[in-house]
Design a protein around this ligand. Structure first.
Ligand SMILES: NC(=O)c1ccc[n+]([C@@H]2O[C@H](COP(=O)([O-])OP(=O)(O)OC[C@H]3O[C@@H](n4cnc5c(N)ncnc54)[C@H](O)[C@@H]3O)[C@@H](O)[C@H]2O)c1
Length: 335
């Protein structure tokens, strides 16, 4: 049984509480939040009685957990993760890794210097349809264009309504990270725009468009609005990809299709439909990321979301923000 210390007892912290409490190989040994009432309410809601406290360094010292789960707001991640890693405790942390590239690089350095695993839970990677879409994309040859459209209008309140780039930093990180998984390659530069419609209920830019160049010269287009009423997409976005051998589509729900060329005659070459393969008995979302983290602790293997890889998704976020601010193409090496 592995003993976890959760930091953060807000909306997502409670979701993590339920995940850890129901997993047969984990228990909640400690739970920290700066708000004691939130903490007590979270423990009562989930029916657990861990050590609790508002002072993370003191609780870490007292509980001595096998791992920390960081579910604080993005600007707190750096301090929580650094402290845990430097105390010799591996961390499974919520996305986005950090509120700046400088903070993220310091977190990667802390993982290297301590020799402890820091994995970012990109829960949307653990989606059976996404895995099936990646499989279709692998069959369409050298990818030339990949498009993602994201339109949702959630009213969260809280930190998202106050932060400068809520769509790009808090949400598009998932879509950019998924694009890296789907394309199976790195991205080199981006031209982007961020804006906020006059009627938006968020203070920061709630809408964005970005054109990334991939390592093979192909292009990834992202278009998103987090203040979209009606006609909404799924949280996964709506996707289309075309490569040297065919095309593939995913509506972000269960609609998946793909076609590859068969023959080289006629105005439009004949095509054959691809059969989407949904992986059986798949554990999705944060259940999947907890399973992969525990597997990595057990075997020493490298999980998806390991900080050296995940920082490449975060670099896409900050390159978009810089490109939009400076109105020019930005190389991902610059951020
Ligand atoms: N993967 C997903 O689908 C998903 C969904 C929602 C949120 N998230 C991520 O989870 C994280 C938390 O989001 P949330 O919606 O739960 O936010 P929230 O505001 O509901 O909760 C954050 C909690 O952290 C506590 N906190 C703040 N500073 C602290 C500190 N220094 N030490 C201890 N506790 C502190 C707050 O009191 C609050 O209870 C964010 O990084 C967010 O992006 C991920």
């Amino acid at each position: 049984m592995k003993r976890a210390l959760i930091v953060g007892a807000g909306g997502m912290g409670r979701t993590w509480g339920r995940n850890l409490a129901s997993h047969p190989e984990t228990e909640i040994a400690g739970w920290c939040d700066v708000s004691l009432p939130s903490l007590e309410a979270a423990c009562a809601e989930i029916g657990v009685t861990p050590e609790i406290g508002t002072d993370f360094p003191a609780l870490l010292d007292q509980v001595r957990p096998d791992f920390v789960v960081d579910v604080t707001p993005p600007e707190i991640h750096h301090d929580v993760v650094n402290l845990a890693l430097r105390a010799g405790v591996p961390v499974l942390g919520e996305k986005p890794m950090a509120h700046s590239m400088e903070a993220a690089r310091a977190m990667v350095a802390a993982s290297e210097e301590s020799g402890k695993l820091y994995m970012v839970s990109q829960s949307r990677r653990y989606n059976a349809e996404l895995v099936a879409f990646c499989d279709l994309v692998r069959q369409i040859g050298d990818i030339g264009i990949l498009n993602a459209d994201f339109y949702l209008g959630p009213h969260f309140g809280g930190f998202r309504d106050e932060m400068p780039s809520p769509l790009v930093l808090d949400m598009a990180i998932h879509t950019f990270d998924a694009a890296r998984k789907i394309a199976g390659q790195d991205f080199v530069s981006v031209e982007a725009r961020e804006w906020n419609p006059g009627w938006s209920w968020m203070k920061g830019d709630s809408s964005a468009e970005a054109r990334f160049t991939m390592a093979n010269g192909g292009v990834f287009h992202y278009r998103g609005s987090w203040v979209a009423h009606g006609c909404m997409t799924s949280w996964e976005s709506e996707w289309r990809a075309h490569g040297s051998l065919g095309g593939a589509r995913w509506d972000g729900f269960s609609g998946l299709s793909g076609e590859v060329v068969e023959g080289s005659e006629g105005f439009f070459y004949p095509t054959r439909a691809l059969e989407p393969q949904i992986p059986p008995q798949f554990r999705g979302g944060i259940e999947g990321s907890l399973d992969e983290f525990l597997w990595a602790l057990e075997t020493g293997g490298t999980p998806q979301g390991e900080c050296h890889d995940n920082i490449k998704s975060l670099a896409m976020v900050f390159a978009v923000i810089q490109s939009a601010a400076e109105r020019r193409e930005v190389s991902l090496d610059e951020v």
